[in-house]
Design a protein around this ligand. Structure first.
Ligand SMILES: [Zn+2]
Ligand SMILES: [Zn+2]
Length: 152
């Protein structure tokens, strides 16, 4: 009988050690995971505490409540959105024929409508109606008088 008891004691100790290791691993995993999702120290500690106190159940709760995106993913997401926005901004339509044009174009390739003009001084493109170059401040000859004529 005593041999069997020793075996059970040994077995229980082993099981206990295994569970303790698993518990520690869970805390460690949770802490590492939350650190990739938030830079808030308080949230990081709370998540680790949740795993430490409640073990597997704490980790389950954490999995439900944790931020959906990691910091890296969120950064990628912002970059993609910005790229999308700038693409939309750079696409314009031709007032002459309605086809798609680019902000860098001076002329519509379809109907040859003048879209923009180049500055005499710095050669940068600007809107046809602008009386002065926004980049170098050079006034555009003729535009201000044209606008005045249109106003009266
Ligand atoms: Zn056109
Ligand atoms: Zn200019």
């Amino acid at each position: 009988m005593s041999g069997l008891t020793t075996f059970f004691q040994y077995f229980t100790a082993l099981l206990g050690a295994f569970l303790a290791a698993l518990w520690l691993a869970l805390i460690f995993w949770t802490y590492r995971d939350i650190r990739s999702r938030t830079q808030d120290n308080l949230v990081q500690i709370l998540a680790a505490l949740l795993a430490a106190v409640m073990g597997p159940f704490g980790v389950l709760t954490y999995l439900i409540l944790r931020p959906r995106l990691t910091i890296d993913q969120e950064y990628q997401h912002t970059l993609e959105e910005e790229a999308l926005l700038s693409e939309i901004e750079e696409e314009t339509t031709c007032p002459g024929c309605g086809s798609r044009t680019h902000v860098d174009w001076q002329l519509c390739p379809t109907c040859h409508t003048h879209l923009r003009k180049a500055c005499d001084h710095c050669d940068r493109l600007m809107e046809l109606s602008w009386p002065v170059c926004p980049y170098c401040g050079t006034p555009v000859e003729g535009v201000s008088t044209e606008l005045q004529g249109a106003g009266t």
